[in-house]
Design a protein around this ligand. Structure first.
Ligand code: ADP
Ligand code: MG
Length: 331
């Protein structure tokens, strides 16, 4: 397995920064129905470590991270930041808390105002929180541009005169200005060319080391996620089906869904140019989900119990949990 960026192993997970406990998110949709975007999700993020969240499109990854960064409140469950439930923070308390967790998205170009110069983009959060004066913008922006390995002169540029990779670096710089403890990257490298993607990930790994950042890395490309995740969580139809150490993901995955995703990785021999092959069939709708295992209709090993009972997430090894009747439970 290829892990080009040295990430440390299982031992010494360190300080727990964020913990989601039994988080469920239900959206009301038309016709008085509901859509369960996250169901009973429990995950932990540690200082200086990366939690990778993987799964096909629509499985609930962004919904989870939006709750983690307090952009949305869970329907049920708790989000603990250093042990304190922040899930229902409001007003000024919420505004202050948001400094702790920053997020970067797929195309920062869309998030940036086209008429704003890079220095204004980078310094906007600091100005909003009155941490710097307007006249300090250029000097501060230059410092952060250097941090993300861009020339200081970029402070005077506009978003349209930069490449996608450069814009993403500016996005990272902006996210770091408030010295967050957690950085969430939601498909942040997905739109970039392969080589650019690798450079951005190397940058993130370096920044994590220097700043002991807890990183939440969402990606539908399992090959990429496992290359940098210390902990890897696999989501399917709003549920966590497996959590395992990133370094063991390729060889140690147990859940048929994870193995199918990983099988695609093996097949591709970590060729980043090719998309990960999809598993047969489609992800069912998160509206009116049937009882039993969420993966039942696509699983070759589906048994009678799988249609009847939803498998609980069970610990099967150190740092390894799996929700499947084939492992440790059921008949
Ligand atoms: P992912 O990031 O894994 O692609 P999302 O978290 O964006 O998945 O979406 C999970 C499910 O929740 C999808 O079926 C999506 O349509 C639904 N969803 C997300 N946000 C909303 C919303 N605000 N209202 C209703 N449904 C939503
Ligand atoms: Mg998403």
């Amino acid at each position: 397995m290829c892990r080009p960026w040295e990430v440390s192993g299982l031992s010494d997970r360190g300080e727990l920064v964020l913990e989601a406990r039994h988080v469920t998110k239900i959206y009301p949709i038309s016709g008085n129905r509901t859509l369960t975007a996250n169901r009973d999700v429990s995950l932990k993020m540690y200082r200086g470590r990366t939690l990778g969240l993987v799964g096909e499109s629509g499985c609930g990854k962004s919904t989870f991270m939006r709750m983690a960064v307090s952009l949305e409140a869970p329907t049920e469950g708790e989000i603990l930041f250093h042990g304190r439930d922040v899930s229902h923070f409001k007003g000024e308390e919420l505004r202050q808390h948001r400094q702790n967790i920053q997020m970067i998205f797929q195309d920062p170009g869309e998030a940036f105002h086209p008429r704003m110069r890079v220095m204004d983009i980078i310094c906007e959060p600091l100005l909003n929180f009155k941490r710097i004066q307007r006249q300090e913008r250029e000097a501060v922006a230059r410092k952060y541009l250097e941090l993300v390995e861009l020339p200081g002169e970029f402070a005077w540029r506009y978003p349209h005169s930069m490449s996608g990779g450069q814009r993403q670096r500016v996005g990272i710089a902006r996210a770091l200005t408030l010295e967050p403890e957690i950085l969430i990257c939601d498909e942040a490298t997905s739109a970039l060319d392969v080589s650019v993607q690798k450079n951005i990930i190397q940058l993130l790994v370096r920044l994590q080391r220097e700043r002991q950042l807890a990183i939440g890395f969402i990606c539908h490309d399992v090959a990429l996620v496992q290359s940098l995740a210390h902990e890897l969580a696999v989501m399917y139809l709003g549920s966590i089906v497996e959590v395992l150490p990133g370094e063991r993901a390729a060889a140690g995955a147990l859940h048929p869904y994870t193995r199918a995703l990983m099988g695609a990785v093996f097949h591709l021999k970590m060729d980043f140019d090719k998309p990960v092959q999809c598993i047969e069939g489609e992800v069912p709708s998160p509206v009116d989900t049937p009882p039993g295992c969420p993966f039942q209709n696509r699983c070759r090993m589906c048994r009678e119990i799988c249609r009847r009972e939803r498998p609980a997430l069970r610990t099967v090894g150190e740092g390894h949990q799996v929700a499947c009747h084939l492992f440790g439970g059921g008949e």
